[in-house]
Design a protein around this ligand. Sequence first.
Ligand SMILES: [Cu+2]
Length: 225
Amino acid sequence: MTPRNLTRILTPMAAAATFGLTLVAPAAAHVSITPSTTTAGAYSVLTVSVSHGCDGSATTEVEIQLPEEVLSVTPTRNPFWDVRTTTVPLDEPTTDAHGNTVTERMGSVVYTAKDPLPDGQRDAFDLSLQLPDQVGTLTFPTVQTCVRGATGWVESPAEGQSADELDHPAPTVTVTEGDAGAAPADTVAGPASEGVDTMAALGVGAGVLGLLVGGAALTRARRRP
Ligand SMILES: [Cu+2]
């Protein structure tokens, strides 16, 4: 195979690979949340990921504020961080899943680094919770504190604006309609993975596209006398 033929094959593959990266990069660049499932009322694990520091400075603390619709979450331990939670009073007392009267809710989960997370390295924090029964968007404003400075991932899009237009969008989770045939939420044993599957399908789709484009180029190159 001549170098020219090789270039002909590799260029579309590289283009497809870039296309795949372009799909994934915007969400990965900020503080973002990937839910294991988004079904209303289901148990889910929210993975909050931090992929860079504050203007090059290492991250020392990540404070994830919970939306009003969520009474509490169970934070997963991370060996590089200490974790604590804060509580805030409820405007009106409510009843929890066990029938107890609740007068306060969890306000935030705070991860404090034992050793600052260097800029350019990623870490992730898993919060386990039962999603609200109502569909809609849950917003988790997150404050990233660094050795030098801080970044507030707290912006929400105005009406008609896209979150992509914001410099520091607050991470969100969209709660979706439950599957009518699915088991009731309280009998679901573990977190499903619809959200992850969607992301995986997107990635696999881009990968398959890359193979197809690359394969077509290969076929063309082979047919050439
Ligand atoms: Cu970013």
